[in-house]
Design a protein around this ligand. Structure first.
Ligand code: S3P
Length: 443
């Protein structure tokens, strides 16, 4: 993993590639496999920093996880009540999914636990899980009265609640459904929009009493042990998004991305690019782990600006930085609104996306809840910074592929948080990518 990437490219993206396993599904497979009874087999696990943090925490609570290879795991589940008190603080690294999902699981355990991580994650909002967990009876404490990690969780008896989520967040929903497995009564969670539903699908497939109807989900204490998983994790559509945008924006591109998860709660980017004029075909593949999968075949050119907002935003929340890159190449104005959640991701992604793309010549303005881009603009290579945000680093790499000249991206090692092999994937598509360490850079 390099600190610095230097990227230049001439010409379209042509070829065929895959992307690593889905991050959201990989986290869940390890967590849920750990509380199943028996051994779960997970293939195409995402070997990235965030999912490794989850894996290390489950190990710290006594779960044996064998790494058959870096993407193939055997998780020896200890059952719903088999986790052991960890003898140290649990390190979530930079992973919001790890911290928020595990808070729900840990609230129902009979031991004390403390969740912490990087400075970035200790600055992300936790009241969204702490408040409803406290209403369930959890004793959970954090800095500023539970607004920020480290979070300390002390054993208590949980009671089910009916909860109306103020924001459509799969992490909050999953946290509460997990706590619901340990609570007395039926936990009901209403979400304002269709946040990703991998938790519901996977827990249900394991025999847990978790149900979903429209935007309402329920969970309760299972009467029998959870069955172990045997799952092939689909390719991550959030990683495929970088390649989809690169190929959509560069005329004459023709790219096939194989075996991508196309759960409808995640495909907003495919719909958005198609509405903007990209030609994206889906070739359906067999289900993987109960999730729909397709090869995505994309050819480039002819994008036009559009407006996006409302419930479409949650289905492409992680893809909005790279959608901004597509918008720089579209004819006319693109407006993204209702995306204020971007401000509390790994970075304030509205501010960081706008400031870095401006350096490359984009005509982009920040708004309170999104951004406005006027296009098309010829981007120019320059020096930019990922701000330690993996999705911004890769969005900037796509901008670099589209731009004239060479772009230098600082703090680029973070691509491995969610897309190990990103640089080699670009190289295989004839993009010129140089990886440098700080010491070897002469700027
Ligand atoms: C995720 C949910 C989303 C997403 C994140 C992964 C998950 O976050 O942005 O990358 O795996 O549940 P929110 O729940 O905060 O929207």
């Amino acid at each position: 993993m390099a600190d610095i990437l230097k990227i230049s490219s001439e010409g379209p993206l042509v070829g065929r590639c895959g992307v690593p396993g889905d991050k959201s599904i990989s986290h869940r497979a390890v967590i849920f496999g750990s509380i199943a009874e028996g051994s779960s087999h997970i293939r195409n696990f995402l070997d990235g920093h965030d999912c490794r943090a989850t894996m290390n925490i489950m190990r710290a609570m006594g779960v044996r996880i064998d790494e058959i290879s870096s993407t193939r795991l055997e998780v020896h589940g200890v059952g719903l009540d088999g986790l052991k008190e960890p003898n140290d603080v649990l390190d979530c690294d930079n992973s919001g999914t790890t911290m928020r999902l595990l808070s729900g699981l840990l609230a129902g355990q009979e031991f004390v636990s403390i969740l912490s991580g990087t400075a970035q994650i200790r600055g992300r909002p936790m009241a969204r899980i702490v408040d409803p967990l406290r209403t369930m009876g959890a004793q959970i404490f954090g800095r500023q009265n539970g607004r920020y990690a480290p979070l300390t969780i002390i054993p208590s008896r949980l009671s089910a609640i009916e909860y109306e989520m103020p924001v459509a967040s799969a992490q909050v929903k999953s946290c509460l459904l997990l706590a619901g497995l340990y609570a007395h009564g039926l936990t009901v969670v209403h979400q304002p929009g269709p946040a990703r539903d991998h938790t519901e699908r996977m827990l249900k497939s394991m025999g847990a009493p978790v149900t979903a109807l429209g935007n309402t989900t329920h969970s309760e204490r299972p009467h029998s042990p959870l069955n172990p998983l045997n799952i092939l994790v689909p390719g991550d559509i959030s990683s495929a998004a970088f390649l989809l945008v690169g190929a959509s924006a560069l005329p004459d591109s023709n790219l096939t991305i194989v075996d991508v998860g196309v759960n409808a709660t995640r495909t907003g980017i495919v719909d958005a690019l198609s509405e903007m004029g990209a030609r994206i075909r889906r070739r359906e593949r067999p289900l993987q782990g109960g999730e729909p999968v397709s090869d995505l075949i994309v050819s480039g050119g002819g994008l036009r600006g559009l407006e996006f907002g409302g419930s479409q935003i949650v289905t492409m929340i992680d893809e909005l930085p790279v959608l901004a890159v597509a918008a720089t190449q579209a004819e006319g104005r693109t407006v993204v609104r209702d995306a204020q959640e971007l401000r509390v991701k790994e970075t304030d992604r509205i501010a960081t996306t706008v400031s870095e793309l401006k350096k490359m010549g984009a005509r982009i303005q920040e708004t309170a809840d999104g951004f406005i881009v006027d296009g098309p603009t010829p981007l120019k290579g320059t020096t930019v910074d990922s701000h330690g945000d993996h999705r911004l680093a890769m969005a900037l790499a796509v901008a670099a592929v589209i731009a004239g000249g060479e772009t230098t991206i600082h703090k680029a090692h973070v691509t491995a948080d969610s897309f190990p092999g990103f640089e080699s994937t670009l190289r295989a598509l004839n993009v010129n990518v140089q990886e440098l360490d700080w010491a070897s850079d002469d700027e």
